[in-house]
Design a protein around this ligand. Structure first.
Ligand code: AMP
Ligand code: MN
Ligand code: MN
Ligand code: MN
Length: 284
């Protein structure tokens, strides 16, 4: 398969912090010309059967997907898994464990917001949650926009939900090694999500790529909704340097919030190995 396939291998449904159902996402992807799709909910694969059925009904090829939250060098890093067996017990247990701390974290976030005069944020965020195990910062952001505290979710993150801000609670996610092992142990390919987003120093980034590779990681997102054209060039270069396949995904969450729609990204540069070439026998 070629690098110019319209593949979108990163997005979120109501099963994590998106606002559309798996079926609505599939229809939207198809309408935008997507040929190969993956739903990659955070720390959760509960939407996979619906996504697969919807993809097949729309005439798209499908790869199973998830986006695992990882703690690395004091930062949160996201690792996308593609093409795994969604019935694998170690993967299911690992994801359940990763989801496990979210409820308590959310209550602490709410306490932090209460201290700066924002009452009822936990209950407010819960109204936006499709999956109670997956309460996330995104749901708090939607509540603060709805209640008029901020004009959009970006402003909420900047003022309230990032490191050092009142609603931020440091959290210990999965280890890099565990996340990669769960994915590869289930027959899938592990991919570093949106690498430009982490704010790493060059040394930290080098360590991430080196350890990722050492643990069996095989891909990196080069073209994503959160990369500029220049960043796509930069990470295409790192993909080549580290011998990683390249992935392409919008990271679409919502028609009202996402800048980049499903399936509307630039193509991968033709000299990169598309991650779907490694997954030819996992396409459904
Ligand atoms: P959590 O897993 O609860 O820490 O939430 C992380 C999610 O918050 C990400 O997957 C994004 O959907 C969202 N997010 C993070 N940073 C921002 C931002 N600056 N603006 C909007 N959404 C963000
Ligand atoms: Mn998200
Ligand atoms: Mn992410
Ligand atoms: Mn994502």
């Amino acid at each position: 398969m070629t690098s110019i396939l319209n593949a979108d291998l990163h997005c979120h449904s109501v099963v994590s912090d998106g606002t559309l159902t798996p079926e609505a996402l599939a229809a939207r992807a198809r309408a935008n010309g997507v040929e190969l799709w993956s739903l990659t909910d955070h720390d959760e694969i509960g939407g996979q059967q619906r996504a697969l059925a919807a993809a097949q009904a729309e005439g798209m090829k499908y790869l199973t997907g998830t986006e695992i939250s990882v703690s690395f060098a004091g930062h949160t890093v996201h690792i996308v898994g593609l093409g795994f067996d969604a019935d694998n017990d170690d993967l299911k247990r690992g994801l359940a464990r990763t989801r496990g701390g979210r409820g308590e974290r959310a209550m602490e976030m709410s306490d932090g917001l209460a201290k700066v005069g924002i009452q009822g944020a936990y209950e407010g965020a819960l109204k936006f949650v499709g999956n109670p195990e997956l309460i996330s910062r995104t749901h708090f952001a939607r509540f603060l926009v709805e209640s008029g505290v901020c004009k959009d979710t970006n402003e909420v993150f900047r003022k309230f939900l990032t490191e050092g801000k009142p609603g931020f609670v440091p959290h210990r996610w999965a280890s890099l090694r565990d996340a990669i092992t769960w994915i590869t142990g289930a027959g899938g390919v592990a991919v570093i999500a949106h690498p430009a987003r982490y704010g790493f120093t060059p040394n930290e980034e080098y360590a991430l790529f080196t350890e990722f590779k050492a643990h069996g990681g095989q891909g990196v997102e080069v073209v994503t909704g959160s990369h500029s054209a220049q960043e796509a060039v930069t990470y295409g270069g790192l993909a080549r340097e580290f011998g990683l396949a390249a992935s392409r995904g919008s990271d679409f969450h919502s028609p009202d919030e996402s800048r980049i729609d499903l399936g509307t990204l630039p193509n991968l540069s033709g000299d990169l190995t598309p991650v779907w070439e490694l997954l030819a026998d996992r396409l459904q």
